[in-house]
Design a protein around this ligand. Structure first.
Ligand code: SAM
Length: 435
């Protein structure tokens, strides 16, 4: 049997595991029609289903690649992914095509054009491409309806800031990586990045970066809207899949800490602390981030956690004000910064720690190629790595990178464990203060 048939047989096996698991629990099966499930179920009882799903995606992608053929694959990538998929999603989000189409029923192209204020001819062309990705359908000629995928931003408006941030800032920043490398090679200065070129940051100012720009950009009511949007985008990531905040439960023995204080540095609007405090009644969390994120935190915090989760405006490049916390947690913070800046951050926390206190770094851990178990998750991690390069000349780190980083930052911080929960894009680096 050749590779293609071998892979096709594997697809059938994995698809059967998924559908059998769902049917055994009377759960709906995946489909494109509106009203179909928008994600597969998660949690420990669905571990086998999730593994089958990851393998199925890997296998299906390999089949697509083989069936397309290497030559054709190479020739069509840019045009389908960049000019086609990426631009279309950005346009649909920016002009809010999603809200223009009713959740129940159909609408003509002419009426969508009126709603999104674009010429009908443009509307038709973008929707025509979107339909090749199961985004919108045309159940009868000239009329458009939602699919399960196109309905997601309507059912979860929280996705809009995420798509907006990615399509208006991250995507264009990535396109500028080539120019950034032409000008500054492998610079580790945040302003000498694709984002720096996009937004006109000062390449000679080592304080200029995404985070300063998003705080200062905009006038009047729009001032700081980009920072607020990042907060909303981060919160929107928490819900499901490889970035689910629930994975945090498997990253550390939280119960083993007993009554403990956790400082959540760069904690944004507090979604991770809320998850940790909710699941661990003995833990108190302090979220630290820019003051501008406090209103978002207050809006998100459930009343029943208000005595155990609080917000403190704090700049991570200044000395840590909370002494002797059990855990100083940095989720998706170190990956935003090149090494020299991470060293500074760690050195601002280390003096506040006493023996036995921990730093918990939660970020992608890039596996050695031969250790990769899921190409799908690996692709997410390596994409995140290149995205960090585009934004800040930063990176996702391998185990060796993490060891070198903490060794450089402080002699009495020792990595105790690397934990990589299955299905999670993010790993956990547990670091203990030894003296
Ligand atoms: C990628 S987000 C991660 C947010 C959150 N920890 C999570 O896992 O979703 C990085 C966070 O770092 C914060 N940040 C960046 N620079 C900072 C600084 N100098 N002081 C405090 N927070 C900062 C940003 O505001 C943002 O909330």
């Amino acid at each position: 049997m050749g590779l293609l048939r071998d892979l096709a047989a594997q697809v059938a096996t994995q698809a059967t595991i998924i559908e059998d698991t769902l049917e055994a629990r009377n759960l709906p099966l995946p489909n494109f029609v509106p009203g179909s499930p928008i994600s597969l179920p998660e949690g420990s009882e669905f571990r086998q289903l999730q593994e089958a799903r990851d393998t199925l995606i890997d296998t299906a992608r390999s089949i697509e690649h083989l069936a397309t053929g290497p030559e054709q694959w190479m020739k069509t990538q840019h045009i389908t992914k960049l000019s086609g998929d990426q631009v279309t999603l950005s346009v649909l989000a920016h002009f809010d095509f999603f809200s223009a189409v009713p959740l129940d029923g159909v609408i003509s192209y002419a009426d969508i054009a009126t709603k999104v204020k674009l010429p009908e001819e443009r509307v038709r062309r973008f929707i025509r491409h979107a339909m090749t990705n199961h985004i919108f359908s045309e159940p009868r000629p000239g009329f458009v309806a939602h699919t399960a995928t196109s309905a997601v931003p309507i059912k979860f408006p929280a996705l809009k800031p995420l798509i907006g941030f990615h399509s208006e800032e991250c995507g264009p920043a990535s396109h500028n990586i080539i120019e950034a490398m032409e000008r500054w090679g492998g610079s580790e200065e945040p302003a000498r990045s694709g984002y720096g070129i996009l937004m006109g940051l000062n390449p000679d100012d080592d304080k200029d970066c995404v985070f300063r720009f998003v705080q200062e950009d905009g006038e009047g009511e729009r001032k700081g809207f980009r920072l607020k949007r990042i907060g909303e985008a981060m919160d929107a990531m928490k819900g499901s899949g490889a970035y689910h905040v629930g994975h945090v439960q498997r990253g550390l023995d939280w119960a083993g800490l007993g009554t403990a204080t956790v400082v959540d540095l760069g904690g944004s609007v507090g979604h991770l602390s809320i998850e940790v405090a909710d699941k661990n009644p003995n833990i108190t969390c302090i979220v630290q981030d820019f003051a501008e994120l406090r209103p978002g935190f207050e809006a998100l915090l459930p009343e029943f956690l208000s005595s155990r989760v609080s917000f403190q405006a704090h700049d991570i490049f200044t000395p840590q004000p909370v002494q002797h916390a059990d855990v100083y947690m940095f989720r998706m913070v170190f990956h935003d910064w090149p090494d020299a800046y991470c060293v500074q951050m760690i050195q601002k926390v280390a003096p506040a720690m006493r023996k036995g206190n921990r730093i918990l770094a939660i970020d992608c851990i890039i596996d050695r190629w031969n250790d990769v178990k899921s190409l799908t998750l690996d692709r997410l991690r390596t994409s995140a790595d290149l995205y960090m390069m585009a934004m800040m000349n930063a990176k996702e780190r391998t185990e060796d990178d993490w060891k070198a980083l903490f060794a450089k930052a402080s002699p009495d911080l020792e990595i105790k464990a690397f934990v990589k929960p299955e299905g999670s894009a993010l790993g956990f680096v547990e670091v203990v203060k030894t003296s």
